[in-house]
Ligand binder design. Structure first.
Ligand code: 26Q
Length: 822
């Protein structure tokens, strides 16, 4: 099993139960839940029985944690997010409960294959990428640090689509992850809440149509999932809302006595949480998404207000008991919704309601792309949420009159900061609403926070400078090192002990080992083992054969022009050209891995996938490349695939156009798993290089400043005419060398790189990318020198634990402290 093999501090598991008891539980669940004879059970039934056994073992502590919070009434933090990209839970929960020695023994006694069982669990893929995975890492850290925290999200019936590749093209299939009962979720019907809308909606031809003036009610049913802190002492909840129709519905009051029509309306109700929107940038303006966002906010606020009221009777203490973090603008309707509750239900005056709202809410921004900032047309508000719109207007009026007082006569500024964007169709600017309606706005890496203040929302940052701050992202070292890479985890523990698991700054103590040749050997052997494991898995899963002795060079992330997968592909074309023309001087064998999903409507991103697949096919068919160069596009990138691939990587590509990647988080996972980074000075990669020392990084390309200086006069043809390798690569693509039977298919890609100005400046960075690449390959040839730098990277990754990030949120934004149950 992929779980920690280090000697962990003695867990509750070991003390109160043995392998026999665990076996007994497992058999009990097989018999009573699945009603099968244990020997004849299917793998899936075994997985369920194992998960139920683990759930039983954590249930007491889960109840105790919640009861302790109820009794202590501490300030709580609620992390509100449209996405939680959780992945699998069985191995994670076993590891965090420190049950693994026991589980291993128990399963060995029964002669069961642990891996096969763990593999039965579908990923909970309730997110697009970085933002959703960050939310999941944060939950792990909050529970491990024993913070009284809770996640609020939506229980999508279909998560992120599953991706396959057909003739090189991406194909999407629905991810029906709940087809079989999920063993982790507990439905709590008794805590359902009502969500009132001023209009109704119906789904017509796959789009939402609003019926004005027909009030409707949705029901939110909570489903709780346990979030096990490391050591199992604190178990928090992730509460996901499922939309349902009202079944004790007063038809006379709400409809026109149309019994059947009102019930069919229930079908619309259920569609609210049917599916995750698979776009991580801009496919906005969709009505169903608007209803989803309000549904999350309304359910969660009703729930947490009820919890607050059951323990407190003075509304003025609300901000001392509740902190709410908004994960991007997606839950920004919390601003007018909380105001509505305080004004209309608590009957507070405006000033007090506004003070409470602002002191309770905080907002995290995850993007600098101005076109990716959410804006919702007013008609959705008018027809569905007129009261909230009224409140937004009032907020805006008071805010703008204050701005006018400070900047008299500056109407251009007023226009820019207004919560309403005027145009053919007026829209609410959700980022402006979040900034004005909260006490904190943070970016997710130092450069991102700086650019946010100085460019994206400059005017607002001038008005509220004290609200702006930075919280550099992090990832949980439990899932991403301890669990995913048991070999390296063990090697680290042997040198510095296991304190790093919950105090990741301790990996700095690995530094002296960077000069220890014995440890170089250990490190390299561990890496090689992870590469062999991955290669074997890949062969078994897909038939694809890769050479574990080649350099594993990876770029895995959503497919986006700004992330520049095409830059990487051009590098590969040039390296391939060097082989074809015989100009390559003995190149170490390399395998280039790509993985990632494209938004279904993002045509160019889908064409990039097609190009990478054709490139892979062409290179595979050319004897000159055999054993020296290979490209693999791994379909269905997911948390589980990342957990397999990242430990096996030698090289991490982080090559976004500087100034565009807010932070990145896979960059951190690669670093703590001992890969070297070749990358641009963007996002958190800048801070990673600072921590490990720039001499241990392969940084290249234009800086964010240079990018913005260059953008006005950038001429891709200059590079085409002046760099022979660039020209040869582009000519080769244009000659349909990679698309012999699909002539012209890549023309839109070439147009984007050459003709249309390319705002992401691919060709400007290609030369320096190849220089960095050469330096990297030279280093690889010297195994000790390579190991030394890789170890210094691991030792320098201490800052990038989400425990550090959460500690900063807790003290600098939330004002919450640990609340450990005895
Ligand atoms: C918005 C409106 C309608 C439909 C979808 C969306 C939507 C959904 C998801 C918009 C954006 C996202 C996701 C964004 C995201 O993942 N951003 C990444 O966040 C990471 C965590 O902070 C950063 O590390 C990445 O740099 C950033 O790209």
């Amino acid at each position: 099993m992929n779980i920690q093999t280090t000697a962990a501090p003695s867990g509750q598991g070991d003390q109160v139960l043995g392998a026999d008891r665990l076996n007994e539980l497992f058999v009990q669940h097989l018999m009573s839940d699945a009603v099968v004879e244990p020997a004849g059970a299917y793998e899936r039934q075994r997985f369920e029985a194992a998960a139920r056994s683990v759930r039983y073992l954590l249930s007491q502590r889960w109840i105790e944690t919640q009861r302790h919070y109820d009794r202590q009434n501490p300030k709580r933090v609620y992390y509100m997010s449209m996405e939680f990209l959780i992945g699998r839970s069985l191995s994670n929960n076993i590891a965090n409960l420190m049950l693994h020695p026991l589980v291993e023994r128990a399963l060995r006694d029964q002669g069961l294959d642990v891996m096969a069982m763990v593999d039965q669990e579908p990923d909970a893929g309730l997110g697009n990428g970085g933002l959703g995975r960050l939310a999941a890492c944060f939950l792990d850290s909050m529970a491990t640090m024993q913070l009284p925290a809770m996640g609020y999200g939506l229980r999508y019936e279909y998560g992120m689509f599953s991706q396959s590749i057909v003739d090189g093209w991406q194909r999407e299939r629905p991810d029906n992850w709940l087809r079989r009962q999920d063993p982790w979720e507990i439905s709590r019907r008794s805590e359902a809440v009502e969500v009132k809308l001023a209009g109704s909606f119906e789904m017509h031809n796959e789009s939402l149509q609003v019926v004005p003036n027909r009030p409707s009610v949705l029901v939110g049913v909570p489903y709780d999932r346990p979030i096990v802190g490391f050591g199992g002492r604190t178990i928090n909840s992730l509460r996901l809302w499922n939309a349902a129709a009202h079944d004790t519905f007063d038809f006379q009051e709400f409809s026109t006595g149309d019994f059947v029509g009102a019930l069919v309306g229930g079908i619309s109700a259920q569609t609210v949480t049917r599916v995750l929107y698979p776009d991580d940038s801009t496919e906005m303006g969709q009505g169903l998404r608007f209803v989803q966002e309000y549904f999350l906010v309304a359910c969660s606020l009703a729930d947490l207000v009820r919890r607050f009221r059951s323990a407190n009777d003075d509304w003025s203490t609300f901000p001392e008991k509740v902190a709410i973090q908004l994960n991007d603008t997606h839950p920004t309707l919390a601003v007018p919704e909380l105001m509505r509750i305080l004004l209309d239900e608590a009957h507070l005056g405006w000033d007090e309601a506004w003070d409470i709202t602002r002191r309770t809410l905080a907002y995290t921004n995850h993007t600098l792309l101005p076109e990716a900032l959410e804006k919702w047309p007013l008609h959705y508000f008018r027809n569905l949420l007129p009261r909230q719109l009224e409140i937004i207007y009032e907020i805006n009026q008071r805010f703008l009159s204050e701005v006018r007082r400070v900047y008299p006569g500056d109407e251009a500024r007023i226009e820019r900061v207004s919560l309403i964007e005027e145009g053919a169709e007026d829209k609410v600017r959700m980022a402006n609403l979040a900034i004005v309606g909260s006490h904190s706005t943070n970016g997710v890496a130092a450069i991102h926070s700086r650019l946010l203040r100085s460019a994206t929302v400059k005017d607002l940052a001038e008005i509220f400078p004290e609200r702006f701050n930075n919280k550099t992202n992090g990832v949980t070292p439990r899932r991403w090192l301890m669990l995913a890479n048991p070999g390296l985890a063990q090697a680290i523990t042997t040198v510095i002990g296991d304190g790093w698991v919950t105090d990741f700054g301790q990996v700095a103590r690995l530094k002296p080992s960077a000069d220890d040749r014995g440890f170089h050997q250990t490190f390299l052997a561990t890496k090689r083992e992870a590469k062999v494991d991955f290669s074997n898995w890949l062969k078994a899963a897909s038939g694809e054969v890769v050479d574990p002795d080649s350099i594993f060079d990876c770029q895995v992330k959503r497919i986006h022009e700004y992330k520049r997968q095409m830059l990487n592909a051009l590098r590969v074309v040039i390296l391939y050209n060097r082989l074809r023309t015989g100009s390559a001087t003995d190149m170490a064998p390399r395998t280039f891995f790509f993985a990632g999903k494209a938004a279904p409507a993002y045509r160019l991103a889908k064409l990039i996938i097609k190009f990478i697949n054709n490139l892979a096919g062409t290179i595979d068919g050319d004897p000159v490349a055999r054993g020296r160069l290979k490209v693999v596009f791994l379909p269905e990138y997911s948390v589980s695939l990342a957990e397999r691939l990242i430990p096996a990587s030698d090289v991490s590509n982080q090559i976004s156009t500087a100034g565009y990647e807010a932070s990145g988080t896979s960059n951190m996972k690669f670093m703590m798993n001992g890969a070297l980074t070749i990358g641009t000075r963007d996002g958190a990669t800048i801070e990673m290089a600072e921590e490990a020392g720039e001499e241990n990084f392969f940084l290249f390309g234009l800086t964010a400043q240079q990018v913005s200086d260059t953008a006005g006069w950038y001429d891709p043809y200059w590079h085409y005419h002046n760099d022979p390798e660039t020209r040869a690569a582009l000519d080769l693509i244009a000659s349909d060398y990679f698309s012999q039977n699909e002539r012209g298919v890549f023309a839109p890609l070439l147009d984007r790189l050459l003709k249309n100005g390319d705002r992401y400046l691919h060709l400007a960075d290609l030369g320096s990318y190849l220089e960095a690449d050469r330096a990297l390959c030279e280093l690889y040839a010297d195994r000790d020198a390579w190991a030394r730098k890789a170890i210094l990277n691991v030792a320098g990754s201490g800052k990038f634990s989400s425990d550090r990030t959460i500690a900063q949120y807790a003290t600098e934004i939330w004002g919450v402290t640990p609340c450990p149950a005895p």
